[in-house]
Design a protein around this ligand. Sequence first.
Ligand code: NDP
Length: 492
Amino acid sequence: MQVNGFNPDELTPSSGSFIGGQYIPGDGTEYEVIRPSDGHLIRTERGASATLVDRAVTEAAKAFKTSGWAARPPRERAKVLFRWAGLIEEHLEEIASLESLASCRLINETRHLDVGVTAEGIRFFAEAIDKLDGKVLASEENVMSMVVNEPYGVVAAISPWNVPLVLATLKIGPALAAGNAVVLKPSELTPYSILRVAELAHEAGVPAGQLAVLPGLGPETGSALVRHPLVNYVSFTGSTATGKQVMIDAANTGLKPVCLELGGKSPQLVFRDAPSLDRVADRIAGSICFNAGQVCFAGTRLVVDEKIGDELTEKIARRLKNPKPGPTWDTETTLSPIISAKQGARIADILRDAKTAGAEIVMGGKREETGNGGVFFQPTIVRNTKPDNAVILNEVFGPVLAVQSFSGVEEGIALADHPVYGLAGAVHTSDINKALLAAKSIPAGTVWVNTFGELSLNAPFGGYKQSGFGRDYGMTGLAKYLNTKTIHIRLN
Ligand code: NDP
């Protein structure tokens, strides 16, 4: 069944919610957790109801006040987080397999990327927490004015299914480092790896109640969590539509601060003086295939000088013929499954609308029939797209590249600017002036020049426009979990 991977039938993930250092059975709506690789039902689970959410948040609020976690010297908290990161690495094989079981993440990637990034991410925030200074302000002689950082209290974290473990822990890590208590709702499609990792946090010494993980349905568990009166801050990663609802709910139930990491439709802006079209083609094909395009910053719009459009499209198409679809637990697989039949149908619907509006499917465009029950989608290139075409306007979240062409620098930069999204983008040119002009002109949180997809734990990441606001990672991603207080002292 697997080649140097793992046997999915041998895994027995834990169920329920992890609250107060133990598993509590779900009491909410039932849902099925399916292996996207072969459509096999792993288990029917019950999510956390509003009652269980209330229990977890109430325990978190109590832990925040009484566990002493926030009051510890930052380096003491850091030691516990280091232990946690170490335990995650010690359980690499188990966690990588649990992550690959219910998600689209390939075992080669969870083993060699996701688990390591998770551990290193926790270490980054642990190392950083005693580097965030307060301030003493200039003031009159008898007054001392200080600015101090304080944790918010209970942070509600909500995460998606596409890179489940990394996205969840890179919320939990900084929020805990800053002294908060955290209640996380992972996507109901991918609950297992993060439950195990939360157990390890407890084993490492994070106090009971300080971290809870509550799988369940978004409108039930997620919504109850965001609206809970004892939640003080909401950190959300997911779609723009859900992000808007989360913001409304947070506003209506206490005006809680929110950080929203949302969808994207990143341009690959390629000028005719790009240093190497082969390298550009490698990067674009790589971005379309990684996680089968189910990545928020995937470079899914090729905005290319019309003089080189056909040549570059041909080079990319050649590279997109190679990926091998297969189960996530097979180390030979290079093209991930699509997370669900619903998402597969959505991709097909967008392509149908694109074609109806006059776009041409250059390659792919259909489900890949592997015969094993999973949903796979062929790497696809679409051209002759107008700016209002469905494949340009929507985040497809599949291995689909849409081509737009331009004839001058200004037109290229204007096309790169998406009407809705502004998460990331890339510019490919040998001209430093053009590179800087484009990088500064494209409204996006991250712009790569002559590269794509390089991320770093110390680099803030987040969106412009409807890709959200607030930043994850870097010192900004840590500081956001701290509130700012000014204290004025009159010295007599
Ligand atoms: P969704 O917005 O559907 O869901 C995200 C999370 O929100 C899930 O845990 C979901 O639960 C939960 N949720 C759903 N409804 C509510 C609600 N009313 N209140 C509170 N929580 C709710 O996104 P996906 O899971 O489909 O993830 C894909 C999206 O995430 C893409 O748009 C992608 O671009 C974006 N993303 C953004 C990133 C960034 O850094 N900017 C990084 C990665 C992904 P459930 O799954 O149980 O419905």
